[in-house]
Structures are given as C-alpha cells and as structure tokens.
Design a protein around this ligand. Structure first.
Ligand code: GCB
Length: 625
C-alpha cells in the first residue's frame, strides 16, 4: 500500500485530532447499532492510546472494545472534476490501531482489519460524496488471545489463573513486558487517488561491478494502467529514466548505474525515484519514493554492509511516551534520533513490533541501521495453533511488504523470545515445525537481508528458532535476573554463553538485549541494583566482553528509554532499564555510553579496536574468495 502523498495526481486530508469516544466493556455496541452513530461525553485524541488520556475516566486499564466517531468533510477537490474528469477513488486509511478494527461510514460497514501495528485502508468511494460530510465510526478492540499475533491472555484464562493463584501477577494481563495500550495509534487520513494508479512499489538494489549498482523496481498497478515510467535521480547527477509495459497488474523496471553513490551510516545518500502510471493517453498517477543503495551480507562470523564489517551499537526501543502511550509522536521521534546521534549509537531494534514508518524515514536520512521486528513477542508455542502460525506469516509478509524499500532496515527479526516461560515446545520438533516455514517465506520474499529471532536464556541455546537464523541474537540478563550485584560472575557467564553459541551455530553473535532497571538519583559506592552506577557498570562490563570476542557483530542495550509496564511486583510503574528516562533525560549510563561510543567520532570498528586490540580489522578473505 502506498503512503498518503500530495502529487499532481494524489491528495489527502487528515482527520481532526479529537474524536468522540465510548468504551464498550460489555461489547453491546454492535447489537445496539452504535455503528449508525452514538453519543458520549468522552473525547479522545487520535493518534493516541486512550489509557493515560482517559485514566481519570476510569479507562487506564480498559482492554476491551471501544468506539470512535468523527464527522469528516470530504473536500469537493476529491471529485473527478478537480482532476480533469478522470475517474478517482477515495480511501480511508488508518495508520495503525490496536488490534482489531471495524469501520462504518454513514452506518454502512466498509471493512475490517486484524493486526495492531501496520497501516490498512478501505476503498470508501461508494460511501462518500465529495463536497459533503461523512460520519466515520470505528470499533477498535485490543483483546488478544493464543491465536493472535502477538499472543495475549483472554479474560477467562486470566480469571482462571487468578483462581489458581498462579500466573496472575500482571495487570492488565499480557504475555509481554510492555503496557497493552488500546487506541488508534497512527494518523487517520482520507485519500483521493486516481482509479488508474500504482498500488505498490518494491525496490531492490544490488551492487554490480567495481562501482555500479542495479536498481530493480516492481510496480503493482490497477487494471487499465498499460505502462509505468520511473525516473531515478541523484544530487548533481544525471537522471535515469526507464519505462516498461504493465502485464497482469505489474511492471518490472530496471535501472543500471555505472557509478552508484552508496548509502551508509557515514553517508546516508538517498536517490529520488518518481513513478508514473500511464494509460496509453498519458500519465494517470505520480508517486515519489526515496532509494538508498547498499548491500547487507553475512560472511562467516561477520555482518557486512557494502562489503565492510559493521558492529551494531545501539538499543532496543519501544513506542511509548507519556500520555500519548503507543501513538506516533513526531516530536519524540525527532528527539530520539537526536539522542541516538548524541550518544553515538548507529542502530536500534523496533522491539517488539513494527513502528510507524516515519521512524524508518528518519533512520534512512540519519544513516541509522534498523532491525525491524514482526510483532510475535513471547510466543507460547504450546498454545500456538495453525491459525497462530498463519497469522504470523501474514504479519511477516505485511512487514516486509511495507518496509523493504528502506535502506536503513538491515535485518528482519521474525519474533522475540519464543518460550519465555520456559515452555519446552520452543526447543523441540514443535518449535522447528513452527519456525521453518516462516523462515522459508521470509527468505523467499526478501533474500537480501539476514534473518534473526532474539532468543531468551529460558529457551536456552536449544531454542528451535536459532537453527534458522543468519545472525544469532541473544537477550541476556546476567547480573540482573540472575547473579544480582555480581558483575564478575555475570561477565563470566556471558562470555561462556556467547562462546557456546558461536561454537554451536558458527554465525555472527549479536547481544540483542542486556541491561538493568535504574532509578535516576539512586547511587551507591558498591554494586547495588537499581543505582545509576550499577546500570552504567553492567553495560560497560557487557560491552568489554562482547567487543573482545571475534565473532560478535553488535550489542544493543535494553532499553533506550524507560517505558510503561503492566502492573507487577517486578516493576516500579515503568520498566526502568532505559538509559534515558521516559521523558528522555539521561541517566549516568547515557554519559558513559556517549564517551565510549563517540570517542572522537570513531567508527564502531575503531571503538572495538580500542577496547579489544586486533578485533577491529576487516575479515581475512576466505580461501575460496
Ligand atoms: C526481555 C524482553 C523485553 C523485556 C526485558 C526485561 O528479554 O525481550 O521485552 O522488557 O527482557 O526488561 O525484562
């Protein structure tokens, strides 16, 4: 699905930010006809989670169906007359809503969608009239169960575990360690697009010869489009034009560059690509994209970008900010990018779900490398069914389809921490059968990026997902959940674990999570959990171990910033493993990392060289190359 854009052939409006809101805890809204409109004293901001916004109305812990209503005036310029009479369509697009959404316009159902973290759109042409208002009603239901991605815990299951006195320590109940926000989390827009148009564009780049590159563009088009033109241009460089006929709804175009300017963290150069759809009489649609040319490969124990080893230094993040909850908020995204640069990070992981695409635009521009994650967090394979697996595959396909054109995305994480509660199925043939087809699908869809699944200590190195990974990602908490206050022992266990992992799998090892909860302002002269010194020391001890091992390709501190967790005795409101607090003020660890990572603006390889001499060198060529 192409994103909203203003071009000579496309336009869009954003829905007003304040919507009428009505929670529906007893799920009576459909039966009572709320789809035709409803009244309520409550309003809520969109994008925004309802929880913190409406906490005083008793909705902080509401994880149930909720209704939104908004009257949207459809501009007369959305009609065909405004675009020279050619036929047009109107689309209602929702950037993301957690997790199941049904939409009605003027009381008529226009569509339904499953999945909380990616955009979706309904063709509403037959339900609206340009120049008049439309009443849009959305029912958003955040409830999850064993067959959704991510998996969740149904209210009845929770009630049973409360009864048994086991497994009920989280409220609201989740299978994961972040707050189960509900709401419309990314913008709602109404688009006016030509009937004869491009519907999707896929751009693949590969390096060719000593300095050239090939850019392959696949454009999906609606019926009636006969050809597609593409124009690729770089700064101060010639433009490269190409054209191809559309066959069976798609056109394949190729641009060959003799001298390609590559995208990299040091020089994140982006080409502009304009796509035109044609119908035999002329141009019917125009759409602009940006293209970065770069190549990611794995060679023995090295992760390579454009043939050079890279070492990932950065964070696992969350989409979580005060009041807005899980909503995308540009000021925070801009601030976070600035902080990533300030601290000297070169990468982050979209733990534990796909982020708003604006994050990836910023990463493309700033040269930040991204590990992009499917929202299959803490899978309980014992409870997973064929439906869970099919939905997992759907989520994986949708993520790759949306994000593959971003040069910043260097690796797909197909999930996070299967078998978190120690379930045996994560380590047996059950796990193998679950993961194998998912990896096969991912490789078929995108053979150009390595695949991984961050794995937890509870699953052990027998985690069935690991056998399929190109990079082994390990989340480890020695010195925190085990060996508290004992950093020497923690460092020893970490080293032994990483060595075992490499011996067993023989591919680059990435420590995808490590960290310590920290209350800012708490200090001690000795290793004491929760103090700023302990967090900073633990992080440095981990980095010393990781950087000194030849086969590692990076380390991501958990977490960039503190984030809201469900209520449970392990958390003081927030998961406080952030090196920044929730409002982005630095803790001591942030200054230590900044010193270590910036180091006179050295590259990550130079930093390794400093801490582990001899480690920063390029790989020696293998005998066959
Ligand atoms: C993990 C999870 C992450 C948690 C973190 C923690 O392994 O991947 O979601 O927040 O540990 O702090 O316990």
């Amino acid at each position: 699905m192409l994103r909203p854009q203003h071009t000579a052939h496309r336009t869009f409006i954003s829905a007003a930010p304040r919507w009428t809101f009505r929670p529906d805890p007893d799920d009576v809204g459909v039966g009572q006809g709320w789809a035709n409109g409803f009244t309520s004293d409550l309003t809520v901001a969109v994008p925004g989670s309802w929880n913190e916004q409406l906490a005083e109305a008793g909705l902080m812990h509401h994880v149930g169906p909720s209704w939104y209503r908004q009257v949207i005036f459809v501009p007369p310029t959305f009609g065909s007359a405004a675009f020279g009479g050619s036929a047009r369509r109107v689309l209602l697009r929702i950037g993301a809503a957690s997790h199941h959404t049904t939409a009605w316009i003027n009381g008529e159902r226009v569509g339904t969608h499953q999945g909380g973290f990616l955009p979706f759109a309904f063709d509403v042409t037959d339900h609206v009239t340009p120049g008049t208002s439309a009443c849009v009603v959305l029912r958003v239901d955040p409830r999850l169960d064993a067959e959704t991605i991510p998996q969740g815990i149904r209210a009845e299951e929770y009630a049973e575990s409360v009864e048994r006195g086991a497994g009920s320590e989280h409220f609201p109940p989740t299978r994961y360690d972040f707050f189960p926000y509900g709401g419309i989390h990314r913008p709602v827009t109404l688009l006016s697009v030509p009937s004869l148009r491009a519907t999707h564009a896929d751009v693949r780049t590969r390096l060719h010869g000593p300095s050239g590159a090939v850019v392959e563009i696949t454009v999906e088009v609606t019926e009636g489009v006969t050809a597609v033109k593409a124009l690729l241009s770089g700064e101060d460089e010639d433009s490269h034009a190409t054209e191809a006929l559309a066959v069976d709804g798609r056109a394949q175009l190729t641009v060959e560059l003799d001298e390609a300017r590559l995208w990299s963290p040091e020089s994140p150069f982006l080409y502009s690509l304009t796509i035109h759809a044609l119908d035999g009489e002329g141009v019917t649609d125009a759409y602009d994209l940006r293209v970065g040319i770069r190549e990611v490969t794995v060679e023995r124990d090295r992760l390579l970008l454009n043939g050079q080893p890279i070492f990932l230094q950065g964070f696992g993040k969350h989409e979580d900010v005060p009041v807005l909850g899980k909503a995308f908020a540009m000021p925070f995204a801009v601030k976070d990018m600035g902080l990533l640069r300030w601290i000297g990070a070169n990468s982050f992981r979209t733990a534990h779900y796909p982020y708003a695409d604006a994050w990836l635009d910023l990463a493309d521009e700033h040269g930040i490398l991204v590990i992009d994650e499917v929202p299959a967090v803490s899978l309980n394979l014992h409870k997973a069914t064929a439906t869970t697996q099919a939905r997992h595959e759907e989520a994986l396909r949708a993520l790759i389809r949306r994000d593959r054109n971003h040069p910043s995305v260097i690796m797909w994480a197909l999930g996070n921490e299967p078998g978190l509660a120690g379930e045996e199925d994560a380590r047996t043939e059950v796990g193998r059968r679950y993961w194998k087809p998912l990896f096969e699908t991912a490789r078929k869809l995108d053979p150009t990026r390595p695949l991984t699944v961050p794995s937890c200590a509870q699953a052990t190195l027998d985690d069935a997902a690991l056998a399929f990974c190109d990079v082994i990602s390990l989340n480890r908490y020695y010195g925190w959940y085990t060996e508290p206050g004992q950093l020497d022992r923690a460092a020893d266990r970490l080293r032994a674990d990483l060595e075992d992992a490499y011996e067993r799998y023989g591919c680059p090892i990435f420590v995808s999570e490590f960290g310590a909860d920290t209350m800012e302002g708490l200090h001690a002269t000795f290793p004491q959990l929760f103090t700023e010194e302990y967090q900073a020391d633990l992080i440095e001890r981990y980095l010393d171990v990781i950087e000194a091992l030849d086969f590692t390709c990076g380390a991501h501190v958990w977490n960039f910033a503190d984030f809201l967790a469900p209520q449970n005795f392990r958390r003081v409101v927030l998961n406080r493993k952030g090196v920044f607090n929730r409002t982005r003020d630095p803790k001591q660890a942030a200054f230590r990392l900044r010193e270590r990572w910036n180091d006179a603006m050295a590259t990550p390889r130079d930093i390794i060289e400093k801490h582990a001499p001899g480690r920063g060198a390029s790989p020696t060529p293998s005998p066959e190359s």
